[in-house]
Design a binder for this molecule. Structure first.
Ligand code: ZN
Length: 317
């Protein structure tokens, strides 16, 4: 028997993606730039168009429902987006019920970090485990937690905002508004900020030269590090140390069997792996030191596969 079909939607600040998914397999996909200026009503219309495109070849009765992966904070119990910092006008928007009414399909709304965690748990690098922390390190730093064989949801489904514990009281300001969050130190944006400072301080380095043709970001650091640039390699090592320190706190909090790292910065996982583990172990109590960090398996599909798996695994009502 083939895996049941579900439609998954990934609402991002720049891209709106939809896919028809069976298990870990993406059968069809479509995407549009998110209509940021149009607000939720315009994006709702975009979603319907994309759903039509990916489901065109499938009989409606074969589709188990729609899973939406969206930035938080959101109330997954009520199916309501509470706010999206990158998308103005979405405050308290009842996305689940509005899309259900528009399509006639059952809809589930989940935080994007939790969706991706679920995808990696069911079909990716965390398959078969009972306890798992997933961290996506890209523009921001998000993720989700599986404990005791289930998603940790917490009040209003808002648990596992792993990027927003405070690493230091006097650190950089986080996009969430507070000071010194793990995200503010270790996200891809934070790495990009350090890269621009390093490029200015070392104009003759590969990064310094890249800065003469445009703003450098985390991707330039990874490229330059791969080419052996010393300044970039030092930045990658600093980033790995910050991640190792943060992951150690997450391991103490949730006692996962494994930490799975995804997101754009994980493209440099092989360059960071050793330092991540060394710093993590130096910060862990002895009983936790055998926990390893691995690279995510589903890459940019984790949220889509996870949102579809949440639909497929939902208990029949
Ligand atoms: Zn924060």
């Amino acid at each position: 028997m083939s895996a049941p079909l579900a439609i998954a939607i990934d609402l991002g600040g720049t891209q709106l993606r939809a896919a028809l998914v069976a298990g870990a397999r993406v059968e069809a996909r479509a995407a549009e730039p998110t209509d940021v200026a149009g607000g939720p009503e315009a994006v709702l219309a975009q979603m319907q168009r994309l759903i039509g495109a990916v489901s065109a070849g499938s009989p409606p009765e074969a589709i188990g429902g729609i899973g939406i992966s969206a930035p938080g904070p959101l109330d997954s119990e009520a199916g309501v987006v509470l706010e999206i910092p990158t998308l103005p006008g979405w405050t308290d928007f009842p996305l689940r019920d509005r899309l259900a009414a528009a399509t006639g399909l059952s809809v589930l709304l989940e935080n994007d970090g939790i969706s991706a965690a679920y995808g990696e748990w069911r079909h990716g690098a965390g398959r078969g485990l009972s306890h798992l922390v997933y961290a996506t390190v890209s523009t921001g730093l998000g993720g989700g937690v599986i404990v005791d064989g289930r998603i940790m949801h917490g009040r209003r489904g808002m648990a596992g905002h792993i990027g927003h514990f405070t690493m230091a009281p006097d650190g950089p300001r986080c996009p969430c508004g507070t000071i010194g969050c793990f995200e503010a130190f270790a996200s891809g944006s934070a790495l990009g900020r350090r890269a621009r400072a390093a490029a200015a301080a070392h104009p003759l380095s590969a990064l310094g030269r890249a800065a003469t043709t445009g703003a450098v970001d985390a991707r330039h650091v990874v490229e330059a590090a791969r080419a052996g640039d010393e300044v970039a390699l030092a930045l990658i090592d600093d980033e790995a140390a910050l991640l190792g320190r943060g992951f150690a706190s997450l391991v103490h909090l949730y006692s996962p069997e494994r930490v799975v790292m995804g997101g754009g910065v994980s493209a440099a996982f092989d360059l960071m792996e050793e330092t991540i583990h060394r710093v993590m172990r130096a910060n862990l109590m002895a009983a936790f030191r055998d926990v390893v960090v691995v690279r995510a398996a589903l890459a940019e599909n984790a949220g889509l596969v996870g949102a579809a798996a949440l639909v497929a695994d939902r208990p029949a009502s």
